[in-house]
Design a protein around this ligand. Structure first.
Ligand code: ADP
Length: 649
């Protein structure tokens, strides 16, 4: 950890410019910088987008702060960014007159504290061999991309309203120094931040005005502040505006190109894929507001962060208020973009926003609109929609138990893997294919789709041509047990209670097999009794199954409690109790027949031990098929080897 061996007091005592202090980079930041410094990434021009984006955020934040402290803006109300070059010194500067950074903020933001995205970025960059550096902004570490093109970076900053100006300097290798800026330099900066890049030998193109203009147009045209190029001719300053600088979301759709939407999404969303869906409209009536929202294509790295924080930016009459107001419900936290209200009071605090009735009305209307647009995509472009569902379905399903009001709307867009085969199925598809006599929507919940597909519990359903929803997202356990049903059909777990499938006829081939099995039935009662007493500590019951066709046994949950999927989920949580399951056996299976034959020996000597060992194998096998471990793995292996070796002789 870096050590700061100066104090503000000692700086003040010794005057501006001296009392240098040196800081080491935090370990992960140092690794990240290594990647930047040695990067041979071809699209490194994105550094400019990142620095401009930071400058624009700083202007947004100042404008917000000025709502309550107008004095902060008064000397220089015209917020803007300024690019300038010094060809001789080979430097490019990016200046903003935004909020600026104090000494402590410079230390915290630029190098000594790893942000949550630092590690995630390192993992992504190391996995992809550095090929994905363009996504750096997503991880909240965009500043460091400056070191792709510069071998030294100076950051001069004056926090709005502050008397002191500080200078941060680094070569990206060993750490940074932080000093009070020399008087003259301090005098040149009334407010905000100037980032000066000492360009590498191979990055001198970024001294050219036209090259900078091209990059600004390509990535930053939509930035709602002016971005100027400042040149000096014969001692005179000249400004040329490089971007359009209007708030994109207030412009009519017809004037906006795909590319402009995409750039804006990159800036406002901090994500660098192509949005799967763009929703742009103006609401007028009781409340007036502009909405420009995007559904990303790929899941952002922090999608499952416990904070469930949203990232939609809230503006009031074009003034940025916050991007953490959770203006949309948690299950839409993957949405990016802007909502700009005409009516919310400008001086509202972030806390008050939660209770503001206009914000609540906007939340309601925009949520409905987003769901209906997603539904429209499902109807219009199946492939695109399914990609969206693959990325965000598990998050949208959170709405099924959080948002009763929109449960039906969410059921309409929800897609499922089912026992019918690969590919997504809607509940409407499911209900359209009900078998005669089928009155419930069957489901099987567990940890992974592959494991669920191999579950013995499915067999009796497959034998009757009954489709079963396979639910493998943790959130499924919650909604499926609270939802009343869909289209009048209740959801029913196939691993809970006794399932009566007798009303539904077997498909032909399976019917024959079942008939043959029934002929041996009388011995089974005895076998069941013996298993019950053997497993009295493990199981709550043993019974003959109507679920099984090909497998010898499976576990199910007793009636009334959680089903097997939810039961196992709860068991794994701290303080979660366990419910003893029921073992169901398939009397037509040869293993069960062998067990019944063994049982006739009436439990003395060798016969007894064979019976017990075989019975334990049957139970452990049922556990393994659920994705659990055998009760005692060593004994399991021993028993299995005994029978395998017996068979080999
Ligand atoms: P991000 O901008 O995504 O948060 P960065 O690494 O680009 O990540 O910047 C880190 C932080 O440094 C920012 O969140 C901001 O607080 C601060 N910062 C960077 N540039 C500026 C600037 N020009 N003005 C004010 N603060 C800045």
């Amino acid at each position: 950890m870096a050590k700061d061996n100066s104090t503000d007091a000692s700086n003040r005592a010794s005057g501006a410019g001296d009392a240098d202090t040196q800081f080491g980079f935090q370990a992960e930041v140092a690794r990240l910088l290594q990647i930047m410094v040695h990067s041979v990434y071809s699209e490194r021009e994105i550094f400019l987008r990142e620095l401009i984006s930071n400058g624009a955020d700083a202007c947004d934040r100042l404008r917000y702060a000025a709502i309550t402290s107008p004095g902060l803006l008064s000397h220089d109300p015209d917020l803007r960014l300024t690019l300038s070059v010094d060809a001789q010194a080979r430097t490019l500067s990016i200046a903003d007159n935004g909020i600026g950074m104090s000494r402590a903020e410079l230390i915290a933001n630029l190098g000594t504290i790893a942000r949550s995205g630092t590690r995630a970025f390192l993992e992504a960059a190391e996995k992809k061999g550095g090929g994905e550096l363009s996504a750096i902004g997503q991880f909240g570490v965009g500043f460091y991309s400056a070191f792709m093109v510069a071998d030294r970076v100076d950051v001069l900053s004056r926090k709005a309203g502050s008397k002191s100006v500080h200078l941060w300097r680094s070569d990206g290798m060993n750490g940074f120094d932080l000093t009070k800026a020399p008087k003259e330099q301090a005098g040149s900066l009334a407010r905000g931040t100037i980032v000066t890049l000492h360009l590498k030998d191979d990055a001198l193109d970024y001294l050219k005005e036209e090259e900078l203009a091209r990059i600004v147009r390509a990535y930053s045209d939509h930035i709602p502040f002016r971005i100027d190029f400042l040149s000096r001719h014969d001692g005179k300053e000249e400004r040329r505006q490089l971007n359009t600088a209007s708030a994109l979301w207030t412009r009519p759709k017809s004037e906006i190109s795909e590319d402009q939407y995409k750039e804006f999404y990159h800036h406002a969303g901090g994500l660098f894929d192509t949005p799967a869906l763009t929703i742009h409209y103006k609401a007028e009536g009781r409340h007036d507001y502009n909405v420009l929202l995007f559904v990303p294509t790929m899941a952002p790295f922090d999608l499952y962060d416990p904070s469930r924080a949203g990232r939609v930016r809230l503006y009031v009459r074009r003034v940025f208020i916050t991007d953490d107001a959770d203006i949309l419900p948690g299950y839409l936290r993957f949405m990016r973009g802007v909502i700009d209200s005409q009516d919310i009071p400008l001086n509202i605090s972030r806390e008050m926003l939660q209770k503001n009735p206009i914000a609540a009305a906007i939340r309601k209307a925009v949520t409905n609109r987003v769901l209906s647009e997603i539904k429209a995509l499902a109807d219009k472009d199946k492939e695109k929609f399914e990609a969206l569902w693959t990325s965000f379905g598990a998050v949208l399903k959170e709405g099924l138990y959080e948002d009763m009001e929109r449960r039906d709307a969410l059921f309409e867009i929800a897609r499922f893997q089912t026992s019918k085969g690969e590919g997504w199925r809607s509940l409407a598809d499911y209900v359209a294919d009900l078998r005669p006599g089928q009155t419930a929507i069957y489901y099987l919940a567990g940890d992974s789709i592959d494991q669920l597909r191999g579950s013995p519990q499915l067999e009796g359903f497959a034998a009757r041509g009954l489709e079963v929803l396979l639910l493998a997202d943790p959130v499924d356990n919650f909604w499926v047990t609270t939802a009343l049903g869909f289209d009048g059909k209740p959801f029913q777990s196939i691993t809970q209670g006794s399932v009566d499938l007798s009303a539904i006829p077997l498909l032909e081939e399976k019917a024959k097999k079942k008939k043959a099995a029934e002929e041996t039935a009388p011995e089974d009662a005895k076998l069941v009794e013996r298993l019950k007493s053997l497993f009295a500590d493990e199981l709550s019951d043993v019974r003959v199954s109507s679920r099984l066709v090909d497998s010898p046994a499976c576990l199910v949950a007793p009636e009334g409690g959680p089903d097997r999927g939810l039961g196992k989920f709860l068991e794994n949580r701290p303080g979660g109790g366990s419910v003893s399951p029921i073992l169901e056996i398939n009397p037509s299976h040869s293993l069960v027949r062998a067990l019944a034959a063994e049982g006739k020996g009436e439990g003395k000597g060798k016969a007894s031990s064979d019976f017990d060992d075989l019975a334990w194998l049957l139970l452990d096998q049922a556990r393994i098929l659920e994705g659990a471990a055998p009760g005692d793995p060593a004994r399991f292996a021993e028993r299995m080897n005994k029978f395998v070796l017996g068979g080999l002789k």
